[in-house]
Write a protein that binds this ligand. Structure first.
Ligand SMILES: [Zn+2]
Length: 252
């Protein structure tokens, strides 16, 4: 089941619109997406992982043949899985409904989300999203804020968790606490569990209200999408039409 259309527009609007029109595929290199799905299907259930391996065998195995073994990215993904499953706390935290679908409306716009692990049974309800990250400590440039931010801020994870929390409230009437369990793609994987401050999520939801109206107009075609200027799509469509001073080159 696909998530609501608006999710894509929280990243680069120009790329999202081109993708919506069928003019561009944002996943030119689908390996990072496959690595994420490989790990997610493992922790969803044994059957899900088996079926994922079967459906994607051409992409996962060397020469597309299981007898030749997994490609390096996926033996690395096995290391990430091992780092989590061998952790003494992980099985106690990562239990509940896997891939739970939640829906709702935020300021009149329909949203849908898929929660990796939703635990409504415990005295304190919570949900967990698994994230695969290159390196937790890598810095990412944020154009809007004009400063370096961490991976969670750069990838919009705080807003994502705020939307999930709101959709869980609307679907089940429960205020659940969000956690991100992140695991790194380094040769010895790093791992961490993060909480998200309520005020950060509220701030993001406030910004979403304005942003949603703009996205609606972009999809309608009445307003032009804002290009991020850095993604593959933006680089592909860059021209030498405007000259900038060499002093203005941003470094990140
Ligand atoms: Zn872009």
């Amino acid at each position: 089941m696909s998530k609501s259309l608006y999710w894509n527009f929280l990243g680069c609007e120009a790329a999202a619109l081109a993708q919506l029109k069928g003019e561009y595929n944002a996943f030119q290199d689908e390996t990072p997406l496959l690595v994420g799905n490989y790990l997610h299907s493992y922790f969803e259930s044994e059957e899900s992982h088996k079926s994922f391996l079967d459906v994607n065998k051409k992409k996962l195995y060397k020469y597309g043949k299981p007898e030749k073994g997994l490609k390096k990215q996926f033996t690395d993904a096995d290391k990430m899985i091992k780092a989590l499953k061998d952790d003494p706390s992980f099985p106690y935290i990562y239990k509940g409904n896997k891939e739970a679908i939640v829906t709702g409306k935020i300021n009149g716009i329909q949203w849908m989300g898929k929660i990796d692990c939703l635990n409504l049974d415990a005295k304190n309800s919570y949900f967990v999203d698994l994230k695969t990250v290159d390196d937790f400590h890598k810095k990412h440039w944020d154009d809007g804020q004009h400063k370096f931010v961490n991976f969670a801020q750069q990838r919009g994870y705080i807003l994502q968790m705020a939307i999930y929390k709101e959709l869980i409230k609307q679907t089940f009437g429960i205020n659940a606490r969000p956690f991100i369990i992140a695991v790194s793609k380094q040769s010895t994987p790093d791992k961490a569990i993060y909480s998200i401050p309520d005020e950060d999520m509220q701030e993001q939801l406030n910004e979403l209200q304005e942003c949603q109206e703009h996205i609606r107009d972009v999809i309608k075609g009445t307003v032009k999408p804002i290009p991020c200027g850095h993604c593959d799509y933006c680089r592909m469509h860059k021209t030498l039409g405007s000259i900038q001073s060499i002093d203005d080159i941003e470094i990140f």
